[in-house]
Design a protein. Structure first.
Ligand code: GRF
Length: 207
């Protein structure tokens, strides 16, 4: 079975990129990271890609007249089968979306459809969970559509909210779960593209 060729798009730290990359280096991993794209020249994601010699490209309104087209072209050039946005703070443009359709997925640090949408990123998501008094938060992996966090959810994992949690402690626990769920989902897609369909999803690892 040929390896699934995965591109990762990230704006900042890139810990999900690192988790995916580590998973891709395990024996018998069914996927590999073929490209990293970032809109931020100073991102940890780009730095990591360069350090580990993953092809990387900085695409933004400053570097390209048409960043959407530049992103689409880079993904096509590197023959990406699957595009993962992880901590990418912009919308994926229409050209890229129509070229990759359902093969673009995003990881969101809450149980969508709760606590998603415009402005819901970073600590704001976790603060909203705490403000709502939710006892459970989690991670969602979903298709990318033209609206923030609105595409169909293909996988979720729950993470408990603990008494005394701050947005930061909750974020750390959720991030750890992201690092399990995202590689798990990509592995499943690599084994069976039906995993891109929405269905109840149980992660393979205990949590
Ligand atoms: C993650 O919580 C992801 O769900 C959200 O942004 C954060 C990115 O973290 N969209 P990292 O850059 O992968 O460390």
């Amino acid at each position: 079975m040929p390896e699934l060729r995965v591109a990762v798009i990230a704006s900042h730290n890139g810990s999900n990129l690192r988790a995916l990359h580590r998973a891709s280096l395990l024996a018998d991993a069914p996927f590999r990271i073929v490209l990293v794209v970032s809109n931020n020249s100073d991102s940890g994601a780009l730095r990591y890609a360069r350090e580990t010699r993953i092809p990387a490209v900085h695409v933004s309104g400053r570097t390209h007249d048409d960043p959407d087209e530049a992103m689409r072209a880079a993904l096509v050039e590197h023959q990406a089968d699957l595009v993962v946005t992880a901590g990418y703070l912009k919308k994926i443009g229409p050209r890229t979306r129509s070229a990759f359709a359902t093969r673009i997925i995003n990881v969101h640090p809450a149980l969508l459809p709760r606590h998603g949408g415009p402005g819901m990123y970073g600590r704001r998501v976790h603060q909203a969970v705490l403000d709502a008094g939710d006892h459970v938060s989690g991670v969602s992996v979903h298709h990318v559509s033209g609206e923030y966090d609105a595409g169909e959810v293909i996988a979720r994992i729950e993470v408990p909210v603990r008494g005394g949690d701050t947005a930061e402690t909750l974020a750390a626990r959720v991030l750890e779960a992201e690092h399990t769920l995202l590689p798990d989902v990509v592995r499943r897609i690599a084994h069976d593209s039906n995993a891109l369909r929405s269905h109840p999803f149980e992660p393979t690892s205990d949590r």
